[in-house]
Design a protein around this ligand. Sequence first.
Ligand SMILES: [Fe+2]
Ligand SMILES: [Fe+2]
Length: 210
Amino acid sequence: MKGLEKYLKKNRNKSLYDKVKKEFEKRGPVAHNWDHIYRDIINAIWIGEAEKANMEVVFPSIVLHDIGFLYDPDPSIHHKLGAEKCIEWLEDWNKEDKKAIRLCILAHKGKSFEFSIEPESIEEKVVYDADQLEKMGYAGLLGCVRVGVEFGEATHPELKSLYEIAKLFKSVSKITLYTSKAREIAKRRGGMKFDIFEKAYNELREYYEE
Ligand SMILES: [Fe+2]
Ligand SMILES: [Fe+2]
């Protein structure tokens, strides 16, 4: 059902998967960790196969999409840093694929939050959508809170406050998904739980706002 096994039968995929897993388990942060990346890989397989994307590009891209966090905890640069560093992990891929993988990592935040690089190729859209699915549904709600905890420790001390976490995620208001498969999964999970962040914000504001 997960569909991962057939990708791990290819030596270069298995070796990359094992190396990245090991590094994240050793030194990954609290939210952008292997738990997150593993689910993103499965999301990308479901979406990429449905969209007939080039999985020789999608698979390594999604495995590597958050490696920026292994080098620097700053979320605002992790897509660029990951795109730069990915080449060191890709000795088994050819020049053309390396370029496509680099672009997938660079565009994996799309135009969400403060980011501004729109995914263009179908492979870039699959990687972006796979990552965005992590914010959907009730599991996504837990994930968003965990991201707040990570950033609060690392680079955004204001996010040590539940009130600030609720304020941040209630303000997202809409997430663009590019593929019909991702939209289908998101719909089944009830989309992002903006209403819950709004409700939490309204409870918490009683402590801080007049
Ligand atoms: Fe990311
Ligand atoms: Fe991610």
